[in-house]
Design a protein around this ligand. Sequence first.
Ligand code: PEP
Ligand code: MN
Length: 371
Amino acid sequence: MELNISPLNLPGISPDIRPIVISGPCSAETEEQVMRTATDLHRHGVRIFRAGVWKPRTKPGGFEGIGEPALPWLTRVQKELGLLVATEVATPAHVEAALRHGVDILWVGARTVANPFAMQELADSLRGADVPVLVKNPVSPDLELWIGGLQRLNQAGVKRLAAIHRGFSSYEHQLYRNRPLWHIAIELHRRIPDLPILCDPSHMGGHRELIAPLCQQAMDLGFRGLMIESHCCPAKAWSDAEQQLAPEVLAGILQRLTIRTEQPVTDELADFRQRIDQCDDELLNVLGRRLAVCREIGQYKRQRNMQIVQPVRYNEILLRRGEEAIPSGLSTSFVRELFERIHEESVLQQMQEFNVNSESCGLPQEGNTEC
Ligand code: PEP
Ligand code: MN
């Protein structure tokens, strides 16, 4: 299904500006905190203010947001400072209240986008409302779920859409709170070129010192904008205190960003690309040869009733190739992942050999799930 996207058309924001900056606290806490943060941001040139009013918490017992009583504070920000205001909605009741209070931009959070029922209810509640909606990636790295959420809104007539890459949660504790998987956002852009994509480095990084490098990376990859959490007194924030920036720190980061543009192809770049194309030709050729050998092995093993996977051999390949990565100028994790994927395909091809030549009903072939 094609998406029918219109430009975001944000009043007072030039359509070509990059990055579009949306900033403000994780949560609206008090009227004073909202007004102080918004006033400082305004002084530093920010034109779109964000504040969470309904907060999705992973566990009960945390601060779950002020709710509807905070919406008039956002109206004050609009009226007194002339900023556009944005908040998160997760239910039709949130949509109704936010629209009633004239909120300019809505966003849908990662936990909500992960639930198709919730997305459909939101879409139905937005039918006929001409408001821009920003859709964060779902918590898990599922591009189809992200696109599905965008499609549901679009089918309900929401055309002013954008996506926000806020990173993906993972089980292991690691550097990032939510790991950026840039290639998923790049693929989203390839699939829906008209859809603006913003980056939320705050929920990706989870720590203040990671925000600046993430912003620069997002710009270098061509993202249209940034949603960054800021707070007049970050250390005292009621939610996400570790990742919020003081408005003047945010301003410093934005000032130091290098904004590179997509340049026309130069002769030198064309030469580089020709060299890359040659490498890719060789890679395909080698992979084709490798998989042809795998199919032969498949036949050999089937004739001798040998099982397909021999774990010792698989382990050996991963370890040896992983060790050879560094001297070849590659990273161990990349080489391991690459060989895991190659091995997976080799096993599938061998299974196919077993299946094709087997009397019994083996694994269904692709596109034929009945046997
Ligand atoms: C937020 O923006 O405050 C938020 C809760 O984000 P996410 O949905 O990305 O976790
Ligand atoms: Mn937050």
